[in-house]
Design a protein around this ligand. Structure first.
Ligand code: BYC
Length: 314
């Protein structure tokens, strides 16, 4: 088959809703696009452990601490599934991490905001994991098999994460006036950054065209953002919190809520590395990576020892 014929065959498979698997032929553009998005996604899961880790030692009860600990460990697991999916594209995990440290690979903008109070643990679970679920449910149908399968496992765990966050925020919202104020403050700070997680406005999203053609993405950034807004407003109402947007209004004709414009200057500023915590997050990741070298070396040495032993017993 010529390259052109291979490409036609590839697109036919995509159009027929067949999954692309690691050993299948795929255009270089498709491979690069996926490696970029999957690694960005994996880095987000792992960097996202930092803002929550900030509150582990200050959780108000043993139960809250155990639940938060389990959630944070899940995020590490998500990173692992995603790096493994990314490696099937021929890029090593070391290379992905090198790209993160060099500032070539991105991670979700939301994790460059600080977590200032315990109520932020509620807001992260409720809003950040809530936004992630909307995005990832859509990605379960992505065309690349290993990415789609990782998403299925991740989404199941994300539902627990969203619920643990909503439990924290509702306990505070329905608690004392001071606690309610803390919950409202967390919502005020996290609302717009959560909307930014879905990426730039469709008209400023250079990757969406190919992503939709190759069915890597099934819905556009704006469509998913709108879905998240519509479902989250009701959740805020139930616990008596106000979404910090005076222009939120149900639009009967569209069947969606209208909202204020998003501050895209703030978004790009954070994406370009100038958010409140960008430097702190990457510096911390580098430090943990360097300090964990001995663990990786020990694991490799142990695996090699086991292999040698097995070879000797055959
Ligand atoms: N932040 O053309 P576009 C979690 C970049 S973690 C930073 O629309 P695309 C959790 C974008 O990469 C789960 N950068 O891109 C963990 C591109 O730059 P490059 C987080 C962003 O790929 C712990 C440029 O802007 N979820 O749930 O079509 C605790 C133009 O954008 C962002 C994921 O990672 C952003 N928000 O669409 C709690 C989802 N948005 O790469 C919770 C996986 C855009 O060309 N990723 N950029 O240099 C995706 O679904 C898509 O990549 C996006 C962007 C929707 C984010």
């Amino acid at each position: 088959m010529t390259e052109n014929e291979k490409e036609v065959h590839f697109q036919e498979k995509i159009d027929l809703e067949m999954k692309i698997e690691p050993k299948d032929w795929m255009p270089e553009g498709y491979k690069d696009h996926l490696a970029r998005q999957i690694s960005q996604h994996a880095h987000s899961e792992v960097i996202g452990m930092q803002p929550e880790g900030n509150w582990l030692l200050r959780a108000p009860t043993l139960r809250a601490k155990a639940v938060l600990m389990a959630k944070i460990q899940d995020e590490a697991g998500h990173g692992l599934y995603l790096y493994a999916a990314g490696e099937t594209l021929g890029v090593s995990r070391n290379e992905f991490i090198h790209q993160l440290h060099e500032g070539k690979a991105k991670y979700s903008s939301i994790f460059n905001y600080p977590t200032l109070t315990w109520a932020d643990m509620g807001a992260v679970g409720w809003l950040v994991d809530g936004a992630a679920i909307v995005n990832q449910v859509s990605l379960q149908r992505t065309s690349y098999g290993p990415y789609a399968r990782a998403m299925v496992r991740i989404c199941i765990e994300e539902s627990f994460h969203q619920r643990q966050g909503y439990e924290i925020i509702s306990t505070m919202a329905l608690g004392s006036p001071e606690q309610k104020q803390m919950a409202q403050d967390a919502l005020n700070r996290m609302w717009f950054p959560s909307l930014m997680m879905f990426g730039p406005h469709d008209s400023d999203s250079p990757n969406t065209g190919n992503a939709m053609k190759w069915k890597i993405k099934r819905d556009s950034n704006d469509a998913l953002r709108q879905k998240f807004i519509d479902k989250t407003i009701q959740q805020a109402e139930v616990i008596g919190l106000s979404i910090p947007d005076p222009n939120l209004k149900w639009n009967e004709e569209k069947g969606h809520y209208d909202h204020s414009p998003i501050d895209w200057d703030e978004f790009w500023n954070v994406v370009k590395g100038n958010g409140p915590c960008n430097k702190q997050r990457v510096t911390h990741h580098k430090k943990a990576h360097d300090e964990g070298l001995w663990v990786r070396e020990a694991a490799i040495a142990y695996a090699e020892k086991q292999r040698t032993k097995e070879a000797q017993t055959v």
